[in-house]
Design a protein around this ligand. Sequence first.
Ligand SMILES: *Cc1c(COP(=O)(O)O)cnc(C)c1O
Length: 400
Amino acid sequence: MSTSVHEFDTRGLDQCPFMPVFGAPAVMFERGRGTELWDVDGKRYLDFLAGIAVVSLGHAHPAVADAIARQAGQLLHVSNFFANPVATAAAIGINDLLADATGEAGQVFFTNSGAEANECALKLARKFGGRGRHVVVSAFGSFHGRTLATLAATGQPSKHEPFQPMPDGFRHVAWGDLDALTAAVDPTVAAVLIEPVQGEGGVHPAPEGYLAGIRRRCDEVGALLMVDEIQTGLGRTGRWFGFEHAGVVPDVVTLAKALGNGMPVGACWARRDVAGVFQPGDHGSTYSGTAIATAAVNAVLAELRRLDAPALATARGQHLRDALTAVPGVAGVRGLGLLLAVELDGHDAPTVYRALLDRGLITNAVGPTALRLAPPLTVTTAEIDEAAALIAAVLGEAAA
Ligand SMILES: *Cc1c(COP(=O)(O)O)cnc(C)c1O
């Protein structure tokens, strides 16, 4: 018996065809363009979440859509016994961006997701450190993925609890506390894995001097600095990479989300001498560097460069920040570029999220009193003003 999407929309979770890990879906979306989305009933929404900082170029971007369609008609996949020019160009594109940001030559491993990019980084750290030096230090409040190892690295004990015992070799320290991190990074530590802005943890930028202090400590003990740029990378924070705000040079960088503008693809980049500890057979994935995913990467990187993504995020981010700061009921705005959180003045964020959704604005409650805003970098100032007006209306109603 077939089920129309409209029927499914109104059914309870017990009839849902998906495993119940995401909760009840709020809306069923059918199509998008730029910052706009339309649901199955034709209602329009402004997307100020962009699929969680994924769709940086906006929905249904023509250059990305064309690249995927053309590649689909030419070659999808050949396995890693062979090369394809599409993945090669994409790897060179990432190496070029990171060479500009770090001054280092590097190498890339392509994945299908952010978690897999971090898995690659974690295995690289263990191979680099060798026996007796395999611990990875990360921060409380961090998010690094949902596979067992990346979950172990994720500094959220409540997420570990149902799946104990966690893989060992992971250590967590208070976010932003350099003394605690310095104490935790002893000679058993292979690497520190850190986000330049904690995204899922509530949009908390690294405090001044934190990343530079971590870099210093890693150098003292010979540990790797691995930066998780899965949410912050590729222009979103107003620089190509979040670590550039801190003026540090990492050894390993992981990317995903914006890399495919919705095509599932991630990458782990490492400085050439670090990447060189991997030998043939140490790591792999059937779909690593598959032509269809990397066709999207090439189109995304070209378009982000053409638009000057960091400059766009800085300018539009400032406009959004100014618009939100002027809204009564907003206690503060934090974040960098177009990765922002609005701290609400006494309002319940999940309630406000729901009211905004009803009015056609997509945000995300990233804490009990905070909403995350991460629209496409291509968001227009008119769309920003429209979103700010909707937030003002909802907060005004809630206050009345
Ligand atoms: C989203 C995210 C991940 C996980 O990426 P998936 O593609 O969901 O596996 C890891 N780290 C950070 C910082 C993220 O934002």
